[in-house]
Design a protein around this ligand. Structure first.
Ligand code: FO1
Length: 312
């Protein structure tokens, strides 16, 4: 079993590559739920949905979130009542939120509903929310505002200076059923090239998960989300300094620290290999730009080979 700590888009591309290297039913993704929010009374899970849509072959190709062939008839009608459209929900996307919200109201845990939704889109990878409890990534801006992550990222386009990032509700949250087992029993634990601060740290912030990664006998291999000092997408470059991490492939490895046994960086950053290795993890440089599915598959195989090397 290969267990992947996963955020949104970068994780979806990586998972697509991994399922070209090993059978999909041997892959478990532990997915960040800090992005989740309730809008219009509906529970929305952006990272679970991005991965589901991506692996299900129905993601909006340019946006990498939301659905292809989407329409916004409901959103247009809702504007009539003054609902702010800063977080747009398409008609097809709404069907997932309606189903999920109905099932949650019936008392089904998010982990059960996520499995139903994944199967409905033909996704064989097991998608597990990090927790079934309600948590939220919240951003404290330098000027003292307390924003939900989606307000910061979507409404304010990550413009405000950030003073602090936290996973609200973490102290009362528990790993979802199957999460600890997926980590302890894994043949390898892989950290996808997701946002270290608001995707990976927010998984590790659920009490019991970081502990399970540390005590698991499985080698832990991660992929740098920073290439040539730049983010591939998103706003990690705005948030890494907030947690004292340098915006580089070496800086992120240092941020994950002792969790890592292996670290895969892009060939552009090959000169950082010794810097990374000096801090502990075995380091490999390869092509990590996963625009091409063949690159994603090769990257996954590189991670699995590195996991075998560090296991010995
Ligand atoms: N991102 C945007 O930039 N604008 C949006 O209006 C927006 C709506 C949206 C609705 C559902 C959903 O699952 C994701 C949505 N996203 C939107 C993307 C979302 O902010 C990201 O997928 C993650 O939360 C960050 O990676």
């Amino acid at each position: 079993m290969y267990t992947v700590l996963a955020g949104g888009v970068g994780a979806a591309r990586f998972l697509r590559g991994l399922t070209a290297a090993v059978p999909a039913d041997e892959v478990v993704a532990i997915v960040n739920v800090g992005d989740d929010l309730t809008r219009l009374g509906l529970r929305i899970c952006p990272d679970l949905d991005s991965i589901t849509y991506w692996l299900g072959g129905v993601v909006h190709p340019a946006q990498q979130w939301g659905r292809a062939d989407e329409r916004f008839t409901v959103a247009e009608e809702l504007a009539r009542f003054g609902h702010e459209p800063w977080f747009t929900l398409g008609d097809r996307d709404l069907a997932v939120h309606l189903h999920r919200t109905m099932r949650l109201r019936e008392g089904a845990p998010l982990s059960v509903v996520s499995g139903e939704v994944a199967r409905a889109f033909g996704v064989d990878v097991r998608l597990l929310p990090a927790t079934d409890d309600e948590v939220a990534t919240r951003i404290t801006t330098a000027d003292g505002r307390d924003l939900h992550f989606q307000e910061y990222w979507v409404r304010e386009r990550a413009a405000p200076e950030v003073a602090h990032v936290r996973l609200a509700g973490a102290e009362d949250a528990r790993p979802a059923p199957g999460v600890v087992e997926a980590l302890v029993d894994a043949d390898a634990i892989l950290i996808a090239p997701s946002n270290p601060v608001v995707s990976i740290d927010t998984i590790l912030a659920v009490p019991g998960i970081a502990e399970a990664v540390r005590t698991s006998p499985a080698p832990v291999v991660g992929v740098s989300p920073i290439i040539g000092g730049e983010v591939v997408r998103g706003m990690a470059h705005r948030l890494l300094p907030v947690v004292g991490a340098e915006v580089s492939a070496a800086g992120v490895a240092h941020h994950y620290g002792a969790l890592l046994d292996g670290w895969v960086i892009d060939q552009q950053d090959a000169e950082l290999r010794d810097v990374v290795a000096a801090a502990g993890p075995r380091c490999v440089a390869t092509d990590t730009m996963m625009d091409d599915p063949a690159v994603a598959a090769a990257l996954a195989r590189t991670c699995l080979r590195l996991a075998e090397e560090v296991r010995r």
